[in-house]
Structure formats: structure tokens, C-alpha cells
Write a protein that binds this ligand. Sequence first.
Ligand code: ADE
Length: 419
Amino acid sequence: MMEYEIKDISLADKGLRRINWASGFMPVLGSIRKKFKEEKALEGTSISACLHVTTETANLMISLKAAGADVALCASNPLSTQDDVAAALVKEFGIPVFAAHGEDKESYYHHIRKTLEHGHDITMDDGADLLSTLHKGYKSEIDKVIGGTEETTTGVIRLRSMARRGLLGYPVIAVNDSMTKYLFDNRYGTGQSTIDGILRSTNALIAGSNFVVVGYGWCGRGVAKRAKGMGAKVIVAEADPIKALEAAMEGFQVMPISQAAKIGDIFISVTGDKWVITGKEIQKMKDNVIIGNSGHFNVEIKLEDLEEMSVEKKEVRENLTQFKLSDGRKINLLGGGRLVNLSCAEGHPAMVMDMSFANQAYAAVYLKQNARGLEKQVYTLPKEIDRDIARVKLETMGIEIDELTDEQMKYLDSWGEGT
Ligand code: ADE
């Protein structure tokens, strides 16, 4: 009997329909699934995956299994699990899932351990919680792992920190750092799905609002771009001078969060860092503002401060908590401060996750074929794979591009020709 721990197996039918719908927007992953299935590219390899349990992730899991892998899945965030998807993976595809929407911290880590115990030749992470659990609690297992993959910026930062300290026990592919990942998923995926989460939870009008984006990395750029597109007056708060300059030249108002706090109607943090919106900033905010986070962990808004300075707290809508300060001002928190796009909406659209998860699938196969020659460091996938994914994506979008002539290639490779 297959072991699994999910909320409700009777949701499988709905989950299956939604997984199939997403599949229609994931042609690159679909073509890889076909290729790796024929090659049995992951035959006999166990994969422990800790990813957001969504329809898109389901398609990745199904592809890995088709390639011969023995996969198990747990959640990379307690609020992003789609229980119908978990049910369908178990019932329709025989994939063990350990995840339930809204689970507490204890259950979250229990599920990570259950997933790890299923088998872990390869670990697959979104935020590095599974890898770090393995490194802390299963030390004798580390040497048996072939390698790992990491989906997101925050996870890659954690892994590079481990590698710098000599603590990383096996090679990891930073899927996030493929161009076909971060330029699209982080920018267009986060951009759209963050707005989607805000709208689903508040039905707020973006047009004319003072919309503060804290952090101008690839995700912040996406959020700022989409908010601007919907008519918001976008303000960017950013600590890095180069990124701040880019934001300014893109036409956004740039100022410290301490100033933006007084002006904003909607605040979204996307820094990957902790405590970027604290009691100090909240104290300056207008009545009835909306605050949320689209970074990986729920540490960007200092929730302890918000709790402490509030005299009342109530759920005013689904995924929207209203805090009342002692002077009567209301602060509306999206998704409990967890990543807005996945806690208040469904995450990035399948069309963009197609490329992210094509990279994940390639990374797993790359590790199987090459890991023994890799150091215990963080790697990116070879450029040719990145370009191949882009090429196939273009093809599936019906877009043709030019090819360089021999003369042009020779010119680019030369140095002698000048004015
Ligand atoms: N990260 C962001 N959006 C996602 C999605 N739809 N599925 C899995 N991981 C995600």
C-alpha cells in the first residue's frame, strides 16, 4: 500500500481536470516528458520533491514518473497546497503526496521528513527546506544523494551560503538561475500572479492607487510593470543603488520605504530579505491600506510587530486579515504575510511554469548523468539547455526567428574588422 498524507482523496476528480487543463499550456514540458519517457532517463532514481503543490507541479511530477523516477512530493509552503491536486496525484497517478492546505509548522516538517524517507537519490526544492532538513536531521544519508535542484532565488541564496561555509553535502543545480526561468517565471509569473492574488482577496482597484513595490529584483520588476500597466502610480523602495537607478529610469518613483509608507495604498514586498516592512513603517501608514508579501518566506513583513500594535484582528474576506491599530486605523494583510500569489491565488500560470519545470526536468536528468563529476557546489544548467528550452517554447508559440549567416557568425568571432 502506498503511503500518503493529504486532506481529502475525494477531491481527485476536480484535481485531475485542473491538472489536464494546465497540461495544455505546458508544451515544452510535454515534449520533454515524451523524450525522457522513451529514454527512461530517470529509471531507478528516487526523487524527493518539496514544491508548491499546484497543477503545474503535478505535471512535473507526472513527467518525472514517466521518465522512470520514483517520486514523492511535499509542500514548500503550508498555504500553497491545492488539496484537489494532491488527491489526483495520489489517486490517478500513484504518486505519494504529503501535504495539506493550511497545515501547521509541525505537520509541514513532518511531511518533509515523510517525503525524504520515501527516497532521495535526488532532492528537488523550492526554498531549500527539504535539503536543509536532510542536512540537519539525516547526516548519514547526505553522501548517498546524487544531487539536488533548487527552484527559487531564496533557496539559491541559502545554498550558496551553505556552499561558502563548506556545508553543502552534494551538488545542486540552481534552476532559478537559468535565463528561461528567472527572466520569465520571476518577472512575468510573479508580476501577473501577485496582482491576481491581490484582486482575488480584495477586489481592489489598482488604477489610480499608490502601489509600493519593495524590492526591484526580477520579481519586483514584474510586479511594478503589471501594476503600472493597470494604472497604478508605482513607487519602488530598493536598497541596491543599481536596481534603484534602473527603477528610476524605468519611470518609477523611487524612495525609502520610510517615506513610501506614508503614501502607499497597496504595499507588496518582494525582497527575499527579512523585516522590510516593520512596525516602524506600519505606524506611518494610512487607514485601510493593503499589505502583502510575494517573497518566498513570510519574514518580509514583521508580523510580530503588526500583532503587537493591534487591538483587534478579524478575517474580513478569504485570505484577508484586518488589523485595527489603537487609533482606529485599519491594516489589511494578504494571505497571512505568506507569498500572495500562491496563498491568495494559484501561483504562476502554467504557460510560464512550463519553462521553469522544463529546467527542473532537465536538471534531474543532468544530475543523474553528470553528478559524480561535480563538486559540492551550486551549478547552473549548461547554456545550450537554456537556449533549447527557449527555442522549443518559441516553436510552440508559433514564433520564428532569424538565423545568423556564416558571415555574421565569423564577424562576431573576429576582432580585426573595425571602421
Ligand atoms: N511557483 C510560483 N507559481 C507556481 C506554480 N504555479 N506552481 C509551482 N510553483 C510555483
